[in-house]
Design a protein around this ligand. Structure first.
Ligand code: ZN
Length: 219
């Protein structure tokens, strides 16, 4: 696959930054795409820009503000509280159709830049009920993208079956644990690195890191 070009769907968070390192190791050429949908935290885009620059990766930022217009939610509106879904409800951070739209636009961009491989950090293991993070959805979309553009894209999901501790382990294996820990932004309150420590995203990230570091110590 060394001769192939890859496009990473990149938010500047832990998962997609780990995917960026993963892709750099596998493909001759890697570019990244970030979607601007008027996230609550503009810093997300800045983090992504900074990381792409430091890793020497060509970075595309696409305007997806229509997503904000269509689907107001806790990631885009200050007045909507971040909370887990209760009794089978989806969490308030769920944006209907987000991955469908992002990956479709990534597909269009991939065809423009002649990239066969599309990498996304979606994950079914920690899935908080997001239907568009499931493996079956990605496989279905891969078929749809190929049929729609008469292309042979391959969508890769290196984190699909990993829990957060295993995602940290993968970053460590790619010699990127400290980098991912210090440079990425996952926190719903917009605080980089170890974050606010209080929101659901910080809990997941911190618990995973502690679990992995403990495991590593015991070896
Ligand atoms: Zn946080």
């Amino acid at each position: 696959m060394k001769n192939d070009k890859a496009l990473v769907v990149f938010s500047g968070g832990q998962d997609s930054t780990t995917c960026l390192f993963w892709a750099k190791e596998r493909f001759a050429e890697v570019e990244a795409v970030t979607f601007n949908y008027n996230q609550r935290h503009k810093l997300e885009i800045e983090c992504a820009q900074q990381i792409a620059k430091e890793l020497g990766i060509r970075h595309h930022i696409l305007d997806m503000s229509l997503l904000n217009q269509l689907a107001p939610n806790a990631l885009t509106r200050d007045e909507i509280e971040v909370k887990d879904g209760e009794e089978g409800e989806l969490p308030s951070t769920f944006v209907p159709g987000r991955n469908l739209l992002f990956l479709s636009f990534a597909g269009v961009l991939a065809s423009q830049i002649n990239a066969k491989h599309i990498i996304t950090g979606v994950c079914e293991t920690d899935f908080s009920g997001y239907p568009d993070c499931r493996d079956i959805f990605i496989k279905s979309l891969n078929v749809t993208l190929n049929l729609s553009m008469d292309h042979q894209f391959v969508i890769h999901t290196p984190l699909m079956w990993l829990n957060k501790a295993e995602t940290w382990k993968l970053a460590d294996e790619l010699n990127a644990l400290d980098y991912v820990r210090e440079k990425t932004l996952t926190c719903y309150n917009g605080i980089p690195a170890d974050g606010c420590g209080e929101c659901p995203a910080c809990h997941l990230r911190k618990n995973g890191l502690e679990e992995y570091l403990k495991e590593k110590e015991e070896l």
